[in-house]
Write a protein that binds this ligand. Sequence first.
Ligand code: FEO
Length: 407
Amino acid sequence: MYAVRNVTEDLIWVGANDHRLALFENVYPIPRGVSYNAYVLRDEKNVLFDTVDWSACRQLLENLEFVLEGESLDYLVINHLEPDHAASIEEILIRYPGIKIISNEKAFLFMRQFGFHVDDHDCIVVEEGDTFSFGRHTVTFVFAPMVHWPEAMVTFDVTNGALFSADAFGTFGALDGKLFADEVDFDRDWLDDARRYLTNIVGKYGPHVQLLLGKAAGILDKIKFICPLHGPVWREDLMYFIEKYDLWSRYVPEEKGVMIAYASMYGNTESAAQALAARLCDKGMTNVVMYDVSSTHVSQLISESFKYSHLVLASTTYNLGIYPAMHNFLMDMKALNVQNRTVAIVENGSWAPCSGDLMQEFVENELKDMTVINDRLSMASALHPEKAKELDMLVDAILESMESPEA
Ligand code: FEO
């Protein structure tokens, strides 16, 4: 059965929701599902903007059949060639043999690499800033390399102000009927997934997101809709989400607060982390969150490390190294460019504690613009009351560092 929503009178969401996929990109858990957004413009020419994942192709085809009312598709605009959006291209070409494809040179190269028979069709190669008219609507193409693949571009409809933003402004989470961000409590129910999506998918490419935001800055007053490839469409309060993207892509913390990530084999490092959290709260810093790195997916750890200004890394020593799950978190922080944070170190070890030195070395040498607090809490097997003074010193150092203007 078709399931569509109108963005405007002649622009229709024809995408699909997916609750069956457990891991997005076979990496990221998506317990709330995900949407693959595609849009049809009914103009003098009928235009499809992007397609959907292969698993959702049938839904796209049913939606197209309904909204086209017996007409055919004239154009297919491909903004992003990653298969979660492009895998259905071949099927669209078969079903609508007269369709012309509009995209950029790199995207056409990828289409051929993926085995799509695009050369049987008119391929219209666009350059940055080119415009194209479908009748009443004129669009312009803006390249957005590495947001998230090198061929990514966005398309701006100058007639109605719709920005087809590709992966930018996307989020995990299925729509389940609610197409618009103003139809949900985005801040309460969606923001965490939006942050987890952006920071893990494009976190590495903050400067490229900044480049795109810079291009958008000149037309901000003309953008009336943001139509991403995942998650809700924005038609109100666009700046709320644009400002979040600006913070995340500049690696600026959203909140002054402390994320405690701990690695604990028998609960002793966890107990020390709890004692630290209790003292922070006791002294007035209640914006504290704690995560066991062994039982928290690393994509969640990354997302939270983008959110908070201060990170406490508490790890037991393991095989004369950093506990594996903590090491994995550190490696992911490096891969995704986490930077500009204040870090406190807590180490544990029963006979040769060295996780503290190793974590500090990693943070200082492998990550950018990190400040490691001098006071370190070190314990042998477990934290005992005689260490209370050291614990308080670390808490005070964290709180003191929060007073500096850039914290
Ligand atoms: Fe949702 Fe980069 O694809």
